[in-house]
Design a protein around this ligand. Structure first.
Ligand code: SF4
Ligand code: SF4
Length: 263
């Protein structure tokens, strides 16, 4: 389960006022987030067909090769050549990074990629223009299936702030499962690995802090919930993140569209 997706978009980029599910991204961060999406989930043919015209403009065509196949063809010289989906994601990212679109087009691209509401506009301080995107997590309902805690892939996702929190709480039991790699010349600080079994030295695939709920046989709970790692607090980060990583939580029906906001 890809929890680290989006982790670089830290909570300090989330508006402190109004709806906290609106997230502000600078244009560079928005392009970075699109690149992360394309890399994290592999080829997404339908998405590529919708977003390629926004990214490539008249440099591309959606073409049908036969009755079962349609794809994106890219202008090379004077002809349009088909590009296979497993190359297309990299190509679209390359064009986005080297020839960024205007803000409104970038908002349209983000809307397609993140499958949510997006708005181009200034940040909360009014000093930077960028993209507001709504994570939709206000409607998320976790089923407590525990699946995301049984297929861990975030072993390098532990942060200094997590370790500091556990030290300050005197949680030596948690720290026992944290492997520290000390600083060497050129490093910015120590790095941490979780959850490393103190007896075997193996990285656990199922989290040691996952336990059955005492009153629901088919539900599970995090026994360190109040101080769990940040990577767990942020999962799933968006509705698409949940859908693409196998989370079986559900989303309550929207009562109304998120309020368009000028932060
Ligand atoms: S720390 Fe808690 S939320 Fe994170 S994987 Fe373990 S049980 Fe799940
Ligand atoms: S519903 Fe999603 S977030 Fe909740 S325990 Fe299951 S996989 Fe994890």
């Amino acid at each position: 389960m890809t929890r680290k997706y989006f982790q670089k978009h830290r909570p300090d980029q989330i508006s402190a006022a109004g709806d906290p599910h609106w997230i502000f991204l600078t244009p560079a961060q928005a392009v970075d987030a699109v690149a992360l999406d394309f890399q994290a989930y592999g080829p997404q043919p339908d998405l590529f067909r919708r977003s390629a015209p926004l990214i490539l403009g008249k440099q591309c065509r959606i073409t049908a090769r036969n009755e079962n196949w349609s794809g994106v063809s890219v202008l090379r010289g004077t002809t349009f050549d088909p590009v296979e989906d497993h190359h297309l994601g990299f190509y679209l990212i390359h064009v986005l990074e080297t020839d960024p679109p205007d803000l409104n087009t970038l908002a349209d691209i983000c809307r397609q990629v993140f499958q949510t509401h997006t708005i181009a506009g200034p940040d909360r301080t009014g000093t930077i223009s960028g993209i507001w995107t709504h994570a939709q997590m206000d409607r998320f309902i976790c089923r407590q299936c525990g699946e995301c805690c049984r297929t861990l892939d975030y072993e390098t996702g532990c942060e200094e702030s997590d370790v500091r929190r556990w030290r300050e709480s005197g949680r030596t039991d948690i720290l026992t499962w944290v492997q520290t790699r000390n600083i060497s010349a050129g490093d910015s600080g120590p790095t941490y690995r979780i959850w490393v079994d103190p007896d075997t030295g193996e990285t656990a695939r199922t989290c040691p802090w996952l336990a059955p709920c005492p009153d629901h046989a088919d539900r599970f709970m995090c026994t360190i919930h109040p101080i769990k790692p940040e990577v767990c607090r942020q999962y799933p980060f968006t509705a698409k993140h949940a859908a693409m990583t196998g989370c079986c939580g559900r989303f309550a029906a929207p009562t109304e569209p998120p309020v368009s906001r000028n932060p």
